[in-house]
Design a protein around this ligand. Structure first.
Ligand SMILES: Nc1ncnc2c1ncn2[C@@H]1O[C@H](COP(=O)(O)OP(=O)(O)OP(=O)(O)O)[C@@H](O)[C@H]1O
Ligand SMILES: [Mg+2]
Length: 271
C-alpha cells in the first residue's frame, strides 16, 4: 500500500516519553509514538505491554504520569475524553458500546444527538431525526458499510456490521485521528475484510489511524508503520515495507533487540 506520508509532513500526533503507573505497577515506562497525516500506524506488543494504556492516554481516558502529547505540533493536555474528541480524536474500544435497542443511525449519534433547528422543538430538546438519518446514511455510504437498515435496532446485526458501524461513528466525529483497539479480534474472515476496507477508507477521508492488533498479517496489509511495545516501552518502529512478520514477532518477544538504548542495554547489546 503506497503511503502518502512524506518525510516533510509534520506529525498530526506525537506522544513523547509517556509514563503511567498504577500504584507500584508500571504500565508505561517510556512510550513514544508518532502519527503522520493519512497514516495508519499499528501498535503491537505482548499482553500487558501497555498498548491499551497508551491508547487510553491518547483518548483522554487516563492521565499520563509523565510525558508530552502534541497535536499538530502543539502541546495538549487531555484531561478527559471530551478534550480528545474536541481535538478530533475518536476511539473505538473493544466492547464498542453500541446500544442494542437503538437503531444504526441512533448509535452513530449516540450521546451527541443533533438538536432540531426548529426553535420550538429546541426548547423541548428534540433531536433532528431527519438530519441525523441523512448524515448517518451518508457516512455509512461513504465507507461502503452495508447494514440491513439504519432504522432498525442493531441487536440483530453481525459482529462485522456492528464494528463497521462503530468505526463509521468514529469517522463522523473523528476529524483527525481514529484509534482502534483490536477492531477485528472477535470477527470472522469476511467481517474482518469488511472492517479492513473501512479502515482503508478512513485514509481516503484524510483521517489518520492508530490500530492495536495481535494479527500481524492483517497489520502488514493495513498499516504503513508498526510501533512495537515491550514491557511498557516503545522499543522500535518499522515501516511495513521494510520489515516482515518474523522481525516484528521477534521484537515483540525480545528475540530481536529494539532500537532504544535501554532495550539494547537490557539485552547487553553494544550501541
Ligand atoms: N487500571 C489499572 N490498574 C492496575 N494496573 C493496570 C491497570 N490498567 C493496566 N494495568 C497494567 O498495566 C500493564 C499494561 O496493561 P495494558 O492493558 O495497557 O496492556 P495491553 O498491551 O493492552 O495488553 P493486551 O494485549 O492484553 O490487551 C499490565 O501489567 C496491566 O496489568
Ligand atoms: Mg489491551
Amino acid at each position: 500500500m503506497e503511503s502518502t506520508t512524506g518525510a516533510s509532513a509534520s506529525p498530526v500526533l506525537e506522544a513523547r516519553h509517556i509514563k503511567r503507573h498504577f500504584g507500584a505497577v508500571v504500565a508505561l515506562a517510556d512510550a513514544s509514538m508518532t502519527l503522520y497525516p493519512r497514516e495508519v500506524v499499528g501498535l503491537v506488543g505482548d499482553n500487558g505491554a501497555g498498548k491499551s494504556t497508551l491508547l487510553k492516554i491518547l483518548s483522554g481516558i487516563l492521565a499520563p504520569s509523565d510525558g508530552e502529547i502534541a497535536i499538530d505540533g502543539k502541546p495538549v493536555t487531555l484531561r478527559r475524553a471530551q478534550d480528545a474528541m474536541d481535538a478530533g480524536i475518536e476511539t473505538v474500544y473493544q466492547d464498542l458500546a453500541l446500544v442494542d435497542t437503538m437503531s444504526a443511525y441512533q448509535n452513530v449519534y449516540l450521546g451527541r444527538e443533533q438538536l432540531s433547528k426548529n426553535p420550538i422543538a429546541r426548547l423541548f430538546n428534540l433531536v433532528d431525526d431527519r438530519e441525523m438519518r441523512a448524515r448517518a446514511r451518508e457516512v455509512l455510504d461513504s465507507l461502503k458499510v452495508k447494514v440491513p437498515s439504519i432504522n432498525v435496532s442493531v441487536k440483530g446485526m453481525s459482529g462485522g456490521q456492528r464494528q463497521c458501524l462503530a468505526i463509521a461513528r468514529a469517522l463522523l466525529w473523528g476529524r483527525r485521528i481514529v484509534i482502534l483497539d483490536e477492531p477485528t479480534a472477535a470477527l470472522g474472515v469476511r467481517e474482518t475484510g469488511q472492517v479492513l476496507e473501512v479502515i482503508a477508507g478512513l485514509r481516503e477521508q484524510d483521517v489518520s489511524v492508530i490500530i492495536v492488533s495481535h494479527n500481524m498479517q492483517q497489520l502488514m496489509t493495513v498499516a504503513d508503520r508498526i510501533t512495537v511495545m515491550r514491557l511498557g516501552r516503545s522499543i522500535a518502529t518499522r515501516t511495513v515495507k521494510q520489515t516482515d512478520v518474523s522481525e516484528i514477532v521477534g521484537l515483540i518477544t525480545g528475540a530481536v533487540p529494539g532500537d532504544s538504548p535501554e532495550a539494547r542495554a537490557a539485552q547487553q547489546i553494544p550501541a
